[in-house]
Write a protein that binds this ligand. Sequence first.
Ligand code: F6R
Length: 657
Amino acid sequence: MSALVEPTLAPTRFERVPVGVFASSLEASQAVARAAAELIRARQREGRAAVLGLATGSTPVSFYAELVRMHREERLSFANVITFNLDEYQDLPPRHPQSYHHYMRIHLLDHVDIPAANAHVPDGTLPRAAVDAHCRDYEEMIRAAGGIDFQLLGIGRTGHIGFNEPGSPRRSRTRLVTLDRLTRRDASGDFGGEEHTPRCAITMGVRSILEARRIVLMAWGQHKAGVVRSAIEGEPTTQISASFLQEHDQAQFVLDQAAAGALTRYRTPWLAGALEDQGRSWDERMTRRAILWLSQKTRKPILKLTDDDYNESGLQDLLQVFGSAYEANLAGFYEMQHTITGWPGGRDPARTRPGDAPVRPLRAPSAGVFPKRVLVLSPHPDDDVISMGGTLCRLVEHGHAVDIAYQVSGANAVSDQSLWRALLFARDAGPAGAESTRHLRDLCSAYEANGVLPADADVTRLKSLVRRHEATAAAHICGVPPGRLHFLGLPFYEAATTQRRQLTDCDREIMRQLLSALRPHLIFAAGDLDDPHGTHRLCLHVLRGALASCAPESWFRETELWLYRGAWAEWELDEIDLAVPLSPQEVLRRRRAIFQHETQKDQALFLGDDRREFWQRTEDRGRRLAEAYNGLGLAEYEAIESFKRYSAEEFLHHAPL
Ligand code: F6R
């Protein structure tokens, strides 16, 4: 197989296994597909079979698409290929749209000339008593085929390979396992909720995987960066089964830049050697990152860092750039100080007094425009108040024209129990005898008899309605009237329960029309790519697609984009461009707004690792960030909401997707 390691950046001594970093997941997938194709062709020339171990999930989709393209356009034959899949959900029939049998058919097997008998996926339909024997047979079939030549892997956020969840021993073999909570949460979007997501799966074991002759683990996206770093730079541990690849002499990680982002060579490259040797320099970002890192590491406010602190922590070069710790400290301190403003949309010229500091974070050509047209994009109906409720109130108070667009309906996160309660109210409050009241009465009876509501389009519509009313009430608390709310109901979300979610032009067109109509000076959008169901990521894709088609419009060059992080993660300090401090009263007002999303309270029981409700997560996050700013030696606030800036142009080309 050809070497896959990226030529430009040498691996560092921190990495315990070869790593290839590619500019995009598409390029990386194509490189891995070429390597697999080379193996298949080499084996054809020898008259032998090529045995592939295969993974499913979102990661290898482009890999399979490239293999299919090579089959169609470059006559790559699969006649000599034998495949073994890593895993399958237990109790899911092969025809189920989320089964891995189905996945393999639609992504590969139906499109190439592989003999049907050569493709193997564990059988998830057997009674429990028959599973152990099936697992032993599966291993035996792999051995009989001569063992796996090329094993493809993805990595879960628990660090699993296959479904070898934390705690899986190095010696584990193919077996039935219980899925980790986080894994189920990540899969729940595809199954229409965690309660419908399988609890168990059959998976090849760690040992079975490590017996492959060659292993390539692929990972894309920022949400994998942390676990990828642990797997590559940490000790091998049963807590992260992917870390065992370090013990294989033909294993390699293939990453896109976002997934590689937490590796030492990217995150703290000064520890890996001189920056120039790594093709980098002490630009503004890198300088800020190093100074913040040092302040946090030494637990000293920035302005108290000394020459010795810099020297002893491997930042001698940075000290040379500034000449002294004093100068470096000032630069780092003011960079952070200038992220803070209580005027997130800019200052009102009528209320500006001589001597008022300029609002530095705003940079777009429209920075001086007041009031501004502001569009807040909220993937789900509660992300706006959860993630930036305080800033939202400020923008309205300052007199900006604020519109909020709710991108998806959020109906999937309304439990039947919550809807039933709303139906009871509507049934009992409405005029008796009306046709609609009869319908509601029937639905209530159905719930009372069966404990569930029918999973049909009408129930989804009613659930959307519930969330719509909650969002309207929350926006009202923030001062945004119903006439300025836009419920986009992007169609990709509605298909979630029956098939893998896919964006279409229709999603992008709905968003484009809104942007063209509002011509916003400022767009606030969710850059929180760690949300459990991937909805935020898809919403960001929709925004990018829509903005691309708005590029010729005059407002496009004037617009500035601010990405917020949601309930699941916070920006790293060095990524923050705008920090909006909140007073204790503003924190309470935001809490009241979040409280309007009543149906989401019981969701916290299913979703959060720590089962904390969204308002608690929001407040913890805002308080922690305020403490972090304070720890750097900046002012002490009750809470802070933070944002990262992109011009529309930058966003199109460097969005963190
Ligand atoms: C799939 C599998 C899993 C996935 C992993 C990543 O067959 O075995 O280990 O590779 O969960 O999933 P995605 O690619 O969806 O992020």
